[in-house]
Design a protein. Sequence first.
Length: 582
Amino acid sequence: MRQNILWALLLSACAAEGAEPKREGRSGALALATERVVVFKDGHALLVKQAEAVADARGATYTDEVPESAVLGTFWAWTERGPALRAMRAQWLEQEVEREERGLCTDPASILEINPGKRVTVELENASLTGTVLPIPAKASSASPPPSARSASFDYTALPGVAALGQVIALAVPERGTVVLAGKDIRRVSGADLSLDCKRKVRAVEKSKRLILDFGPEAAGKSISVRIVYFTPGIRWIPTYRLEGKKGEKGALALQAELVNELEDIRGAPFDLVVGVPNFRFREVASPLSLEGMVRNALAQAAPSLMGRMNNLSNAMFTQRAGEWRGGGEQEEVSTPPNIPDFGGASESPDFFIHPLAAMDLPKGSRAVVPLWSAEIPTRDLYTLDVQVRRDSRNSDTVQYGSSMSSMGSASPLRLARAEVWHQLELKNETKYPWTTGPVLVMRGHIPQAQELLTYTMRGGNTLVPLTVATDVRALHEEVEVERKQDALQSKGGRYALIRKKGTLTLSNPRAERTPLRIRLSTGGKVEQVSGGGRTKVDDFRFEDWGDSDLAAVNNHSEVEWTLTLEPGERRTLTYEVGFWR
């Protein structure tokens, strides 16, 4: 459905433009001009091309611009003016061509041949001659080789540095006049300033692609306008943000598009940059009309880091972060399925938002940066603490604070530093654009504060951008056992003890200003009592809560969230009680 909407959008855009023919080739030859480029963030693009030609005597036109990486099912052509297209055929062509090749001369006769007019000494088997090299007409300098020396793809005698069997050299020798020597008799040559740069004509067989469009005999001699579209890898756009702001004020958010082209030269074509999750199932399968066995992703070869690590900028990843919020006041985490974002915007499609760019040149191998928009947005400082407790049967529970993992049984005095409180910025999208996933550079004046990932945020929604660990806000998490009942549960042949623990979160704010805090606790077991107005959600077991899968089957998963504000210098303690089977 999403693809159908996009195709309809492109076709309607093409029809609305009513562009005049850009180039006209000789009879039957189509000179394609790129009319529009629709670019996705994953490194694929849809190219729309247009051309005119006069059909040949058989009612056919052709082009040698056959895409190497068109995706299966996306290669389409149709007539804009003239008889309808009957068939489209791609094929290989072989033709013998003559070209000049350069190389290092490797035999004495060839060296003499390219140094006419120079004084040299030539050594033969039993004699030597000193004279001036005379130019020899091309036809006389080499004879045709025997059939056994010929190749189907090139002329053996024409390769640089290889002397022909009948090659002759002429010298003007004082007192002896003109001396003609057979190239095969020359053993050595010496002289001042001799050139070793051979230039020879080489005949070779070249293979090339050709796309033939057949309109039938009735189209012979008629002018035909054709449009061709196909989906291909090789072009991508990367959204990058810059956020500037001051504490307590609105921030200035700007978006620019970084374009990368490793596909082909694009001249004077408008670009459409798509915000959305493209669904092209056969993107890795080449169309038969490409005459290739697989899709060639030139961008992946030229810039592997952009197509590898940078592919996590897909909007399909936006719900995998804990920083997405929606609404105001007491926000709740977004839980929309990742493949159905609510887009909309500058197109007829409800699933995509399109940033249109004016016509521009983007040669193959080039990069470009294009500013898209900038706007003032509301920002709010928020401090967060995320705690995840993981249990197992060995009574060695571990706790994870963000990305760090430490043993709860450790006596290290650095446990306070382990409970990392993060300083984040809450941003509200009051612009007319959805924010697509991309890196964001956060600035305070001329000082860079952080670089992070700004995840997809719908218009009217909120998101969080992590800045840094807040070293001036302290947190300590501890659990102590308060009760244990042996053999309290029998399940599937196993006996389990009921264990109850009391957890404590101690928070302190040595800062001279109020600090808004959001604390989240995730733990295996069932949380039954919570202080400080915490909200509890009990769910089925989760394997990541347990080091032993047997324990997971008989336990719950619980999440607790506290939202509070610490006054300057305030210290507060939050508690919970959790029971689980072990």
